[in-house]
Design a protein around this ligand. Structure first.
Ligand code: ZN
Length: 293
Protein backbone atom coordinates (compact mmCIF):
# COMPACT_ATOMS: atom_id res chain seq x y z
CA UNK A 1 0.00 0.00 0.00
CA UNK A 2 1.37 3.43 -0.89
CA UNK A 3 1.14 6.24 1.61
CA UNK A 4 -1.40 8.02 -0.57
CA UNK A 5 -3.57 4.88 -0.77
CA UNK A 6 -3.26 4.50 2.98
CA UNK A 7 -4.51 8.04 3.62
CA UNK A 8 -7.27 7.45 1.06
CA UNK A 9 -8.38 4.35 2.98
CA UNK A 10 -8.61 6.38 6.18
CA UNK A 11 -10.67 9.09 4.46
CA UNK A 12 -13.06 6.62 2.85
CA UNK A 13 -13.51 4.14 5.67
CA UNK A 14 -12.81 6.37 8.63
CA UNK A 15 -10.66 3.60 10.06
CA UNK A 16 -6.96 3.44 10.44
CA UNK A 17 -5.75 -0.07 9.81
CA UNK A 18 -2.00 0.07 9.69
CA UNK A 19 -0.30 -2.08 7.13
CA UNK A 20 2.20 -4.45 8.70
CA UNK A 21 5.17 -2.14 8.34
CA UNK A 22 6.80 0.09 10.85
CA UNK A 23 7.02 3.51 9.20
CA UNK A 24 4.46 5.06 11.51
CA UNK A 25 6.02 3.57 14.62
CA UNK A 26 8.62 5.34 16.66
CA UNK A 27 11.03 3.23 18.62
CA UNK A 28 11.20 3.93 22.33
CA UNK A 29 14.13 2.09 23.82
CA UNK A 30 13.72 1.79 27.61
CA UNK A 31 15.83 4.38 29.44
CA UNK A 32 17.82 4.27 32.68
CA UNK A 33 19.63 1.08 31.79
CA UNK A 34 22.74 0.12 33.78
CA UNK A 35 25.73 2.26 32.67
CA UNK A 36 27.78 -0.93 32.08
CA UNK A 37 25.46 -1.83 29.20
CA UNK A 38 26.63 1.16 27.17
CA UNK A 39 30.27 1.29 28.33
CA UNK A 40 32.78 0.39 25.59
CA UNK A 41 34.95 -2.63 26.29
CA UNK A 42 38.20 -3.83 24.74
CA UNK A 43 37.50 -6.80 22.45
CA UNK A 44 39.55 -9.99 22.84
CA UNK A 45 39.94 -13.54 21.65
CA UNK A 46 38.16 -16.03 23.93
CA UNK A 47 39.14 -19.32 22.28
CA UNK A 48 40.05 -20.39 18.76
CA UNK A 49 37.84 -18.48 16.32
CA UNK A 50 35.53 -17.03 19.02
CA UNK A 51 35.93 -13.40 20.09
CA UNK A 52 34.24 -11.06 22.58
CA UNK A 53 33.08 -7.88 20.81
CA UNK A 54 30.36 -6.67 23.19
CA UNK A 55 30.10 -3.78 25.61
CA UNK A 56 31.23 -3.99 29.26
CA UNK A 57 28.18 -6.09 30.11
CA UNK A 58 26.25 -6.92 26.94
CA UNK A 59 27.77 -10.10 25.56
CA UNK A 60 28.28 -10.00 21.78
CA UNK A 61 30.32 -12.73 20.14
CA UNK A 62 32.09 -12.93 16.81
CA UNK A 63 32.87 -16.30 15.25
CA UNK A 64 35.28 -16.00 12.33
CA UNK A 65 35.62 -18.42 9.42
CA UNK A 66 37.29 -18.36 6.00
CA UNK A 67 33.80 -17.94 4.48
CA UNK A 68 32.85 -14.93 6.57
CA UNK A 69 31.85 -14.28 10.16
CA UNK A 70 28.91 -14.79 12.48
CA UNK A 71 27.89 -12.14 15.02
CA UNK A 72 25.75 -13.18 17.99
CA UNK A 73 23.89 -10.31 19.77
CA UNK A 74 24.00 -6.60 19.05
CA UNK A 75 23.45 -4.83 22.39
CA UNK A 76 21.46 -1.60 22.69
CA UNK A 77 20.77 0.83 19.84
CA UNK A 78 23.90 2.78 20.83
CA UNK A 79 26.07 -0.38 20.74
CA UNK A 80 26.39 -0.38 16.93
CA UNK A 81 29.53 1.78 16.88
CA UNK A 82 31.10 -0.04 19.83
CA UNK A 83 30.60 -3.44 18.18
CA UNK A 84 31.74 -2.21 14.74
CA UNK A 85 34.88 -0.65 16.29
CA UNK A 86 35.57 -3.82 18.28
CA UNK A 87 35.36 -5.98 15.15
CA UNK A 88 37.75 -3.64 13.31
CA UNK A 89 40.11 -3.40 16.30
CA UNK A 90 40.50 -7.19 16.17
CA UNK A 91 41.52 -6.84 12.53
CA UNK A 92 38.33 -8.14 10.94
CA UNK A 93 36.21 -6.49 8.28
CA UNK A 94 32.67 -5.56 9.21
CA UNK A 95 31.60 -6.47 5.67
CA UNK A 96 32.75 -10.07 6.27
CA UNK A 97 29.87 -10.50 8.73
CA UNK A 98 27.51 -12.90 6.93
CA UNK A 99 25.11 -14.10 9.64
CA UNK A 100 23.54 -12.22 12.55
CA UNK A 101 22.02 -14.10 15.49
CA UNK A 102 20.56 -13.32 18.88
CA UNK A 103 20.24 -15.28 22.10
CA UNK A 104 16.88 -13.58 22.78
CA UNK A 105 14.73 -10.90 21.16
CA UNK A 106 14.95 -8.33 23.99
CA UNK A 107 16.06 -4.74 23.36
CA UNK A 108 19.42 -5.15 25.12
CA UNK A 109 20.53 -7.75 22.54
CA UNK A 110 18.50 -6.58 19.53
CA UNK A 111 19.03 -2.80 19.80
CA UNK A 112 21.61 -2.45 17.01
CA UNK A 113 20.48 -5.47 14.94
CA UNK A 114 18.72 -3.43 12.23
CA UNK A 115 21.66 -1.01 11.99
CA UNK A 116 24.25 -3.80 11.80
CA UNK A 117 22.17 -5.71 9.25
CA UNK A 118 22.15 -2.62 7.07
CA UNK A 119 25.84 -1.92 7.62
CA UNK A 120 27.03 -5.48 6.89
CA UNK A 121 24.38 -6.83 4.52
CA UNK A 122 24.35 -9.99 6.66
CA UNK A 123 21.37 -12.34 6.93
CA UNK A 124 19.47 -12.50 10.22
CA UNK A 125 18.61 -15.98 11.49
CA UNK A 126 16.33 -16.37 14.49
CA UNK A 127 14.71 -19.10 16.55
CA UNK A 128 11.26 -19.29 14.91
CA UNK A 129 9.59 -18.74 18.29
CA UNK A 130 11.15 -15.26 18.62
CA UNK A 131 10.45 -14.27 15.00
CA UNK A 132 7.23 -12.37 15.68
CA UNK A 133 8.72 -10.35 18.55
CA UNK A 134 11.75 -9.54 16.38
CA UNK A 135 9.44 -8.36 13.58
CA UNK A 136 7.51 -6.02 15.85
CA UNK A 137 10.52 -4.65 17.72
CA UNK A 138 9.54 -6.24 21.02
CA UNK A 139 6.00 -4.82 20.97
CA UNK A 140 4.41 -8.26 21.45
CA UNK A 141 6.88 -9.58 24.04
CA UNK A 142 4.88 -11.56 26.63
CA UNK A 143 6.52 -9.87 29.61
CA UNK A 144 7.98 -6.52 28.49
CA UNK A 145 5.78 -5.78 25.50
CA UNK A 146 3.48 -2.75 25.67
CA UNK A 147 2.31 -2.80 22.07
CA UNK A 148 5.04 -0.42 20.93
CA UNK A 149 8.46 -1.20 19.49
CA UNK A 150 11.41 -0.86 21.88
CA UNK A 151 13.97 -1.57 19.16
CA UNK A 152 13.93 -1.21 15.38
CA UNK A 153 11.92 -4.14 14.00
CA UNK A 154 13.90 -6.66 11.98
CA UNK A 155 12.51 -9.09 9.42
CA UNK A 156 14.44 -12.34 9.79
CA UNK A 157 15.86 -14.02 6.69
CA UNK A 158 15.74 -17.51 8.10
CA UNK A 159 13.88 -19.29 10.90
CA UNK A 160 15.70 -21.80 13.11
CA UNK A 161 14.40 -24.75 15.10
CA UNK A 162 15.82 -26.66 18.05
CA UNK A 163 19.03 -28.46 17.09
CA UNK A 164 19.46 -26.73 13.73
CA UNK A 165 23.09 -26.43 12.74
CA UNK A 166 24.38 -23.25 11.08
CA UNK A 167 27.37 -24.01 8.89
CA UNK A 168 29.80 -21.33 7.73
CA UNK A 169 33.26 -22.31 6.52
CA UNK A 170 34.53 -25.03 8.85
CA UNK A 171 32.34 -23.85 11.74
CA UNK A 172 29.20 -25.68 12.77
CA UNK A 173 27.06 -23.84 15.28
CA UNK A 174 24.07 -25.61 16.84
CA UNK A 175 21.04 -23.64 18.02
CA UNK A 176 19.60 -24.95 21.29
CA UNK A 177 16.03 -23.90 22.07
CA UNK A 178 15.94 -22.59 25.67
CA UNK A 179 12.61 -20.75 25.97
CA UNK A 180 11.25 -18.95 29.03
CA UNK A 181 13.13 -15.65 29.24
CA UNK A 182 11.56 -14.98 25.83
CA UNK A 183 9.53 -17.53 23.91
CA UNK A 184 12.44 -18.09 21.54
CA UNK A 185 15.44 -17.65 23.83
CA UNK A 186 18.27 -19.93 22.76
CA UNK A 187 21.86 -20.91 23.32
CA UNK A 188 24.50 -21.93 20.81
CA UNK A 189 27.12 -24.68 20.89
CA UNK A 190 30.22 -24.92 18.75
CA UNK A 191 33.55 -26.65 18.72
CA UNK A 192 36.60 -24.48 18.18
CA UNK A 193 40.21 -25.51 18.00
CA UNK A 194 43.50 -24.00 19.00
CA UNK A 195 46.50 -25.93 17.77
CA UNK A 196 45.94 -29.51 18.86
CA UNK A 197 43.40 -28.60 21.51
CA UNK A 198 39.69 -28.41 20.78
CA UNK A 199 37.13 -26.67 22.96
CA UNK A 200 33.43 -27.25 23.08
CA UNK A 201 31.93 -23.82 23.69
CA UNK A 202 28.48 -22.97 25.04
CA UNK A 203 27.13 -19.49 24.36
CA UNK A 204 24.30 -19.63 26.87
CA UNK A 205 21.13 -17.69 27.34
CA UNK A 206 20.58 -18.01 31.08
CA UNK A 207 16.86 -18.46 31.98
CA UNK A 208 16.43 -15.45 34.26
CA UNK A 209 12.85 -14.50 35.10
CA UNK A 210 11.61 -11.31 33.48
CA UNK A 211 8.11 -10.87 34.83
CA UNK A 212 6.85 -10.15 38.32
CA UNK A 213 3.43 -11.56 37.45
CA UNK A 214 2.64 -15.15 38.40
CA UNK A 215 3.16 -17.44 35.41
CA UNK A 216 -0.58 -18.22 35.32
CA UNK A 217 -1.34 -14.56 34.55
CA UNK A 218 0.48 -14.41 31.22
CA UNK A 219 -2.22 -15.34 28.69
CA UNK A 220 -0.01 -14.64 25.66
CA UNK A 221 2.45 -17.31 26.80
CA UNK A 222 0.48 -20.15 28.39
CA UNK A 223 3.42 -22.60 28.39
CA UNK A 224 5.86 -20.24 30.15
CA UNK A 225 6.14 -22.25 33.38
CA UNK A 226 6.53 -25.56 31.54
CA UNK A 227 9.16 -24.00 29.27
CA UNK A 228 11.28 -22.82 32.23
CA UNK A 229 11.10 -26.33 33.71
CA UNK A 230 12.25 -27.89 30.43
CA UNK A 231 14.95 -25.26 29.80
CA UNK A 232 16.44 -25.59 33.31
CA UNK A 233 16.46 -29.39 32.96
CA UNK A 234 18.00 -29.33 29.48
CA UNK A 235 20.64 -26.75 30.41
CA UNK A 236 21.77 -28.77 33.43
CA UNK A 237 22.70 -31.70 31.17
CA UNK A 238 24.89 -29.71 28.77
CA UNK A 239 28.54 -30.71 28.59
CA UNK A 240 31.18 -28.28 27.35
CA UNK A 241 34.66 -26.94 28.10
CA UNK A 242 34.02 -23.19 27.97
CA UNK A 243 30.90 -21.13 28.57
CA UNK A 244 29.93 -17.51 28.05
CA UNK A 245 26.48 -15.90 28.04
CA UNK A 246 24.28 -12.98 27.03
CA UNK A 247 25.49 -10.76 29.91
CA UNK A 248 29.15 -10.55 31.03
CA UNK A 249 28.01 -10.48 34.67
CA UNK A 250 26.30 -13.87 34.25
CA UNK A 251 29.50 -15.73 33.37
CA UNK A 252 31.87 -13.63 35.48
CA UNK A 253 33.75 -12.11 32.54
CA UNK A 254 35.34 -9.40 34.68
CA UNK A 255 36.52 -11.88 37.31
CA UNK A 256 38.05 -14.08 34.60
CA UNK A 257 39.56 -11.49 32.26
CA UNK A 258 41.12 -8.02 32.44
CA UNK A 259 41.64 -5.96 29.26
CA UNK A 260 45.16 -6.49 27.98
CA UNK A 261 45.48 -10.02 29.41
CA UNK A 262 47.30 -12.53 27.23
CA UNK A 263 45.19 -14.99 25.25
CA UNK A 264 44.14 -17.79 27.60
CA UNK A 265 41.07 -19.92 26.81
CA UNK A 266 41.59 -21.90 30.04
CA UNK A 267 40.24 -18.91 31.99
CA UNK A 268 36.80 -19.64 30.61
CA UNK A 269 36.79 -23.33 31.54
CA UNK A 270 34.27 -23.16 34.36
CA UNK A 271 31.65 -25.91 34.60
CA UNK A 272 31.25 -25.22 38.34
CA UNK A 273 30.39 -21.55 37.79
CA UNK A 274 27.79 -22.57 35.22
CA UNK A 275 26.22 -25.13 37.54
CA UNK A 276 26.06 -22.60 40.39
CA UNK A 277 24.43 -20.00 38.12
CA UNK A 278 21.82 -22.54 37.01
CA UNK A 279 21.14 -23.69 40.57
CA UNK A 280 20.57 -20.06 41.59
CA UNK A 281 18.14 -19.65 38.70
CA UNK A 282 16.37 -22.88 39.65
CA UNK A 283 15.89 -21.49 43.18
CA UNK A 284 14.54 -18.22 41.77
CA UNK A 285 12.13 -20.16 39.56
CA UNK A 286 10.98 -22.42 42.44
CA UNK A 287 10.29 -19.31 44.56
CA UNK A 288 8.27 -17.80 41.72
CA UNK A 289 6.19 -20.96 41.27
CA UNK A 290 5.69 -21.16 45.05
CA UNK A 291 4.30 -17.60 45.04
CA UNK A 292 1.49 -18.66 42.72
CA UNK A 293 0.28 -21.46 45.02
ZN1 ZN B 1 16.41 -10.29 28.28
Amino acid sequence: MTFRAFIFTILITGTCTLPNISFAQTVNEPKNNPAEWSRPYQPFRIAGNLYYVGTYDLGCFLITTDKGNILINTGLANSDKIIANNIRTLGFKLSDTKILLTTQAHFDHMGAMAALKKLTGAKVYVNAKDAQVMKDGGASDYALGNGKPVYTPVTPDKLLHDGDVITLGATKLAMLDHPGHTQGSCSYMLTTSEGKRTYRVLIANMPTIVTEKPFGQLPSYPTVEKDYVTTLRKMKTLKFDIWVSSHASQFGLHQKHTPGDAYDPAKFVDQAGYEKALNDLQAEFDKMVGKKK
